[in-house]
Write a protein that binds this ligand. Structure first.
Ligand SMILES: [Zn+2]
Length: 101
């Protein structure tokens, strides 16, 4: 998939898990402090799993016109950079975790 779609999916998945997990937990187990704290824990656990999956397991399409392999992985986060494992092409996005760009 193109980097733009990959980036959008990874961000939406991570936000969805952070927001959705506690809501789903409250829906399933009722609104109590224990449920809430447990679900926050799970939300962060799922968040890091999703992050790992998108960084390490799901590559995006390399934007280098001479390459085009589906081997571009998210690497650094300030800003977020995709690096192709075939041609080493680095695609810098304007998304940065922590700072504005
Ligand atoms: Zn490439």
């Amino acid at each position: 998939m193109p980097i733009k779609i990959h980036l959008l999916l990874s961000i939406l998945t991570q936000i969805g898990l952070i927001v959705g997990t506690p809501l789903f937990g409250i829906f399933l187990f009722g609104n109590s402090a224990i449920t809430f704290i447990t679900m926050i824990f799970f939300a962060f656990a799922f968040f890091f799993v999703a992050r790992f999956v998108f960084c390490s397991l799901i590559p995006a399409k390399c934007p280098n016109v001479n390459c085009g392999n589906i081997q571009s992985y998210q690497e650094r986060s300030k800003p977020l950079i995709y690096v192709c494992r075939e041609c080493k092409y680095e695609h810098v996005t304007c998304v940065s975790e922590g700072d504005e760009c």
